[in-house]
Write a protein that binds this ligand. Sequence first.
Ligand SMILES: Cc1cc2nc3c(=O)[nH]c(=O)nc-3n(C[C@H](O)[C@H](O)[C@H](O)COP(=O)(O)OP(=O)(O)OC[C@H]3O[C@@H](n4cnc5c(N)ncnc54)[C@H](O)[C@@H]3O)c2cc1C
Length: 484
Amino acid sequence: MQEYEKLYYDVVIIGAGVAGLYCARHLPKSLKVLVLCKNEPWECNTFYAQGGISVARDKRDIALHVKDTILAGAKHNTPQSVEKLSRDSLIVLDELLSSGLDFDRDTHNNLSYTQEGGHSLPRIVHAGGDATGRILHTFLIDSLQHTLWKSACVVDLLIEDDVCYGVNVQTKKGMVQIYSNHIVIASGGIGGLFQYHTNASTISSDMQGIILEHGLELANMEMLQFHPTVYIGAKSARKHLISEAVRGEGGMVIDSCGRRFLFEYDKRGELAPRDIVARAIVDYCAKHKERAFLDLRTFTKDSFAKRFPNVFRELSACKLQIPEALVPISPAFHYCMGGILTDNTKVRGMQNLYAIGECACNGVHGANRLASNSLLEGLVFGKSAALEIAHNMRKKPARHFLKQEMVLEKEGDSKLKGIIRKIMWEKVGIIRSKDSLNTALGGIEVMLESNIGRMLKLRLLVCRNIIQSALKRKKSLGAHYRIN
Ligand SMILES: Cc1cc2nc3c(=O)[nH]c(=O)nc-3n(C[C@H](O)[C@H](O)[C@H](O)COP(=O)(O)OP(=O)(O)OC[C@H]3O[C@@H](n4cnc5c(N)ncnc54)[C@H](O)[C@@H]3O)c2cc1C
């Protein structure tokens, strides 16, 4: 049988968001490291992150940061992971500052911390106002000392028993087989499965699907976070997100009569955790046949444009006069708390396969993510994986895999993709019932039996896993909300 072009690296990292790049940053230059990403490197969720990075204010704040995280996560978190997240936040912040990445500062040149929903105090550092993700990502890309391939989509892992030998990658030049001692999955979440979402176009759960195909585990996949405030005027599936910090700093959610209805659902109003806000908006609008708006009139035009330049630019481009105009909003899928089951960073059951960042489930977020803990997760666990790998660079015995025949896409896949997104949004979204989940499962099973390409099959496997997890968890918990 014919073989692909073969290459060898010490470490292959799948994904060039914060998790993959921070992992690469901590791998010695002496190692041969390859970072892979789909499309262009900036087309990732990291680049689009706005609000900032949560960090413990100092050592004394660690206990409260942990408490806030576990409270937001409905106590479904793994405490050791949360403690590591908060403890190491001080270390990664120092590393970033000392290597030249600066964050916004107040008039006394102190770091300017903002507060977001669920945090007991202001502990979010941000850069360029609301451009934290873009600035962090640009910094990590500019300082990357290893090789990066763009437009390189991993379509399979080369696994035998509990060892991963490498990856099959679709590139512009064709399929390439890359062998490696260590393989790190940092491929982000699952936004592409939903009709309305905030995620980058590269985020479509391919690697989570591959994990399932190989009989490995995803965990907590019913725990999906919907961002409460996206601008719904835009036509694209990726909706413009209006950062949590806008509500934290004075933006109010109102109905068409100006009523701040969130207080009817939670005494924290706009500062309640995002799942409570998202559900309240859906419930209130359905019950009262109302629409929800964001009222930004507590800001001046200049103060808003300075603090939230991205949101200001995007809304102005949609011809909204800020701050006077009321901004029509809705929730949209935003973040996946579940993912590839790991012990710290190692994929459970595997010797040399790691998962970090949004694709992983190490228990940090529990049943709901505390705002701005995810960039931090990418930094802390990205570094942790690198340290583990650097201490364990033993070479594996050689092993060669023959070419597999794969049809990545078939005619009709794109139409089915649209149907999947609609099913997932309507039946597996913010408010779920046994009936809605069973209907969704039926639809997904039928599509799995049809004549589809590999990439669509991977998406469907993940959808099925999400629905089965949601069916199994009969009671509401955190972001998972069941009405029956
Ligand atoms: C609009 C928006 C705003 C946000 N704001 C914040 C915030 O303020 N604070 C915060 O903490 N979090 C925020 N988040 C969440 C946070 O941005 C993400 O959780 C985090 O950036 C994920 O990082 P990552 O490295 O795991 O994945 P990503 O940054 O999403 O990167 C994934 C990478 O994997 C690659 N990839 C995917 N599949 C494949 C494949 N098959 N083969 C090869 N490569 C692949 C992609 O090309 C990409 O390079 C926000 C998210 C969004 C969408």
